[in-house]
Design a protein around this ligand. Structure first.
Ligand SMILES: O=C(O)[C@@H](CO)OP(=O)(O)O
Ligand SMILES: [Mg+2]
Length: 426
């Protein structure tokens, strides 16, 4: 009774106030699955192609509206009557209907909406929460959250070159405790920034966006906030950064415009290693740019297991790109964003490839999000042990934390919090 009987696409708003796709999938037994699709600002060049409206102040009807139209026509035709339980077959049908390598014709956002809504409908038909439907009885590992508390780069209007500064409560006993620790530090940081005369306005992911110039200034504020809240940096709280370097790597040089410094790949790598030496940094994402594979290989060989090096733009959740990276010694971890690849099946394949190779996996949101909490369930379903889902304010981010709190409660004594172990090579 899991045959798909109806598919409905609609246009809703995301956290930036931009249009995005939402899809409902209904099954023969009346079960309903609903999924809303996120969108990035600092996108990797090899991501699946979404249909978006270029200028948010002038929706031109060819972006999200077109994607919604494709959901309601060609994609509906491709999946109607199919069993929602056959996720792989269904996703293959969606990919075939599009017919391009990048999902550019019907839109990766249209395809992903149907893919995720179908999974959620199938879970509902089985009367199972999504994490258990997808992950089975083994799904009981709650991820370490990487909580965004300072924003820069493409996500804020301040001079900070690095996009994200995060805290990871590696020393917590439970997920709920991790959220408490993160929230306390977030509020301490707010007071500290105010006291120092800085703005406490926030960026796209809800982290503060003060007018700081260097990574050291931001890291110093973060370390001080951790300590003043009563936690030990490095033991209770690990620091995490996403410099999103593809955004400022031009003509073979890392151009730190906010700081006013240009660094060659070697100088940039030295600088990052210096930061790892000076601060309790446990993970850096996109430490090197997507086009600087040499830099990636050298940094990975140099850092080894001292710090998790997560590939976002360089892999784009793409199994082929990840396999190339694994074979050539690029990074030791992969960021997984379902909308970078466009179907649930493909995202899960990437997770499996990473885990087989000993790479860690971080389940991730996008800077443009919605109230959809699918990634919280995916983090538990895959047992990946890490999630990146923004700050401790803004409902689009807290929705994921709150969903994980509920999952932890539901698992009761069976729940395990991933802790520091999650960041170690498998
Ligand atoms: O770079 C990133 O990792 C993401 C999410 O934090 O940002 P965006 O969605 O803008 O690509
Ligand atoms: Mg990133």
């Amino acid at each position: 009774m899991t045959a798909i009987t109806s598919v409905t696409g609609r246009r809703v708003l995301d956290s930036r106030g931009n249009p995005t796709v939402e899809v409902d999938v209904e099954l023969a037994d009346g079960s309903l699955g609903r999924a809303a699709v996120p969108s990035g600002a600092s996108t990797g060049a090899r991501e699946a192609v979404e249909l978006r409206d270029g200028d948010p102040a002038r929706w031109h009807g060819k972006g999200v509206d077109q994607a919604v139209h494709h959901v309601n026509t060609e994609l509906t035709e491709a999946v109607i009557g199919r069993e929602a339980e056959d996720q792989a077959g269904l996703d293959a049908a969606l990919v075939a209907a599009d017919g391009t390598a990048t999902k550019a014709r019907l839109g990766a956002n249209a395809i992903l909406g149907v893919s995720l809504a179908a999974a959620k409908a199938a879970a509902a038909a089985h009367r199972l929460p999504l994490y258990r439907y997808l992950g089975g009885s083994d799904a009981r590992l709650l991820p370490v959250p990487m909580m965004n508390i300072v924003n820069g780069g493409a996500h804020a209007d301040n001079p900070l070159d690095f996009q994200e500064f995060m805290i990871a409560p590696i020393g917590a006993e439970t997920f709920a405790e991790a959220v408490r620790m993160g929230s306390e530090i977030f509020h301490t940081l707010r007071r500290d920034l105010l006291a120092a005369g800085h703005s406490t306005g926030v960026g796209d992911e809800g982290g503060f966006a003060p007018a700081l110039r260097t990574a050291e200034e931001a890291l110093d504020f973060v370390v001080a906030a951790v300590e003043r809240t009563g936690y030990r940096p490095g033991t209770d709280i690990g620091l995490v950064m996403d410099p999103a370097t593809s955004e400022f790597f031009h003509d073979g040089v890392y151009d730190y415009a906010g700081e006013g410094v240009r660094r060659t790949p070697a100088e940039h790598a030295d600088y990052l290693v210096g930061l790892i030496d000076a601060y309790p940094i446990v993970s850096i994402e996109d430490a090197m740019a997507e086009d600087d594979l040499n830099g990636w290989r050298e940094l990975t060989a140099r850092v080894k297991d001292r710090c998790q090096l997560t590939g976002d733009d360089v892999f784009c959740t793409n199994d082929t790109l990840l396999r190339e990276g694994i074979a050539t010694g690029v990074a030791n971890s992969v960021l997984v964003k379902v909308n970078q690849i466009g179907t649930l099946t493909e995202a899960m394949t990437t997770v499996a490839t990473a885990h087989r190779a000993g790479y860690t996996v971080v389940m991730s949101h996008r800077s443009g999000e919605t109230e959809d909490t699918t990634i919280a369930d995916l983090a538990v379903a895959t047992g990946c042990g890490q999630i990146k889902t923004g700050s401790l304010s803004r409902s689009d981010r807290t929705a994921k934390y709150n969903q994980l709190i509920r999952i932890e409660e539901e698992l009761g004594a069976g729940a395990r919090y991933a802790g520091a172990e999650a960041l170690r090579r498998r």
